[in-house]
Design a protein around this ligand. Structure first.
Ligand SMILES: C[S@@+](CC[C@H](N)C(=O)[O-])C[C@H]1O[C@@H](n2cnc3c(N)ncnc32)[C@H](O)[C@@H]1O
Length: 239
């Protein structure tokens, strides 16, 4: 029997990308929050790690950054290529593996909604730090660990919040079904992994969606919700 492939973004590339363009979570919450945290990126060399089909890449490039994208899914990168054009620097690569860039290549690394697919953050964060200039920034968004915990509790599960644990979900997008595997971890495991890799925490953020979301998504109540958790980190200068 053929083993079920997990995190097969190739199969849902079209459907995921269409959803990502207009969804509350991506278009009106996560992406604007990442851009806000990145601030003025004019002239900065940025690695978009887990760039997917390139929506954030495009916004960063429009703001004057020199962007390189890397992603494990050739299907997502094909859509990124269509969006970004032939001269966009896009690489296929797994963030669990060594990165194909020399030391000190980037001023910023942006890891948008990708680290929660990795069980062990240690080797990945070490590589992200290696390719950053000393003092360079790592800007991260991940699924909020409290949101996941509350969601699982509400569904009748009793997850051990303090463990790093596997979670699977079936996603149906664009008529395609994919098995997704996430690695949930507690907040302290995230901050310890950053510190162990030589990053200093500059900011931890739980931003609201953009104001326009209120008119477009009337189901939104309150000004904020537990969705994703955002970090801005700085690469230490010692190695
Ligand atoms: C939720 S999507 C986010 C895409 C993009 N960052 C965005 O916010 O629009 C996650 C992306 O991470 C990629 N990905 C998942 N695991 C990966 C890994 N181990 N190495 C590289 N990319 C990975 C997937 O292929 C997918 O494109």
């Amino acid at each position: 029997m053929t083993p079920v492939q997990v995190n097969d973004y190739d199969s849902i590339a079209e459907g995921y990308t269409a959803e990502n363009e207009t969804s509350l979570l991506n278009a009106y919450y996560e992406r604007p929050a990442m851009l806000d945290l990145a601030g003025d990126v004019t002239g900065r060399r940025i690695l978009d790690a887990g760039c997917g089909s390139g929506a954030l890449f495009a916004e960063l490039r429009d703001r004057g950054a020199i962007v390189t994208g890397i992603d494990a899914s050739a299907g997502m990168l094909e859509l990124a290529r269509k969006r970004l054009g032939a001269d966009a620097d896009l690489r296929v690569g797994d963030l669990a593996d060594p990165l194909p860039f020399p030391d000190n290549t980037f001023d910023d690394v942006i890891a948008s909604l990708v680290l929660h697919y990795l069980e062990d953050w240690g080797p990945t964060l070490a590589e992200l730090r290696r390719v950053l200039t000393p003092g360079g920034r790592l800007i991260v968004s991940v699924e909020h660990p409290f949101a996941i915990h509350l969601m699982q509790r509400a569904a009748g599960d009793e997850p051990n919040y303090f463990q790093t644990r596997e979670r699977t979900e079936e996603w149906i997008m664009g008529g395609q079904t994919a098995q997704m595997r996430f690695w949930d971890r507690p907040l302290h495991a995230m901050t310890e992994a950053f510190t162990e890799a030589g990053f200093h925490m500059t900011m931890i953020s739980e931003p609201p969606p953009v104001p326009a979301a209120r008119d477009l998504f009337p189901e939104l109540t309150g000004t904020r919700f537990l969705g994703f958790l955002f970090f801005v980190l700085q690469a230490g200068s010692d190695s």
